[in-house]
Ligand binder design. Sequence first.
Ligand code: ACO
Length: 432
Amino acid sequence: MGVIVAERKTVRYAHVAGWGKYVPTKVVTNEDLSKSVETSDEWIVSRTGIRERRIAASPKETTATMSFEAARQALQVAGVAPNDLGLIIVATATPEYSFPATACVVQDMLGAENAGAFDLSAGCSGFMYALAMGAQAIASGAQSHVLVIGAETLSRIVNWHDRETCVLFGDGAGAVVLQGSDEPGGVLSTLLRADGSGGELLIVPAGGSHQPPTLDTVATGQHYVRMNGREVFRFATRVMDEATRKVVADAGLTLEDVDLFIPHQANLRIIQAAVRALKMPMDKFFVNLDRYGNTSAASIPIALCEAVDAGRIKPGDHLVMVGFGAGLTWAASVIQWGVPKPPVPAWRRTLDGLRYVAAGVRSRARRLRRRLGAVLFGSPEPRTIDEGAHRPERVTEGKLHADAAPRTTDEGMPRTEPESLAAPPVEEPRAE
Ligand code: ACO
């Protein structure tokens, strides 16, 4: 009998087919901050280049809702339906919950019925890590469409009384749709690195298993970002240059072949140091941190969207994206940009709007079905646990107890409403 080998279609190139962003409407200027902490516009601009940032002022603006807004735009630009997605990755340091993953909340909001979904934690390098994962899933032939999101609500973990950190950060989300193609181009090379020995340089000390939340951890502000700015600065200036050179060489290119650099938007002085080290002209570096501050994992995809909108990226261009952040982590990627997308027709926008309303109805119907099932049929069989079977264990006051599994209920987690954002993500053109 012959052996039947399942044929797997191998798609080699992961192209950026769609892109989108969301930034909160609330603008907080340096002047605003100088009213609550001892700082000044002069200090912030001269040390960082930041002039203002967007803050998720509405409770409806969360990492998941901002991700959703960025994702729906990216899908629309790509002309890809949520059901075509095989994978959704949300890179974030400020997830909606410890679990479930923000990516699962986004999957539900999109109604992406065929997608796996997970979060990725790599600090400000998160989007670059997620892009590499998505591109590799496509290159392996395992996926043909991957949604990669970088999203943060850092304003909710920043100590607004700490002038050394609160002036730096902002909120927002950016997304890309990666699409598999036989056409050469797309993500040409990626580089991922980490140095965990520098973990304490940029950390939220409490809230995890190392230091669970207590009244004391809250009272001593250990759920806020702590940062050794000088050390992070030193690390960042070193790795930006090295990572860029390596990833460009890995793509078979030289620095002169690169049309645009999109660095992580943390500090203009860090970007200028990279410019000097790489001996490239400043106008090849895209900068928008003056308007958004450091949005961590969202910074590179937001900058990418703005670079496209500003006409800075043409088909065939080579881009380098490079990020660094908590971990410590750093990562870079070379992308060859694909063809421009035709404008999205109005009917398509209407169809997409209806699609997400339908996703909401389906999600509610599933919750209701689960609840009804629980009421009508009670506990799932078997009702008792076999003596010999493994039982979940928990630790209480140093003792191990075999105990019943904790009850779970989906009543504890309300559905995040896609239509819940206060204002549409439309930005007014900025007067210079
Ligand atoms: N306003 C006024 N004065 C300030 C402020 C402020 N907002 N913040 C600090 N200062 C003071 C300091 O207290 C210090 O005072 P002192 O000399 O009396 O002690 C003085 O200004 C100089 O402080 P430095 O730390 O030397 O300032 P520096 O020039 O290094 O700039 C900064 C500080 C902007 C934080 C810089 O070190 C930096 O950008 N580091 C990298 C940070 C970063 O990128 N973090 C994100 C990483 S990505 C991620 O994963 C989140």
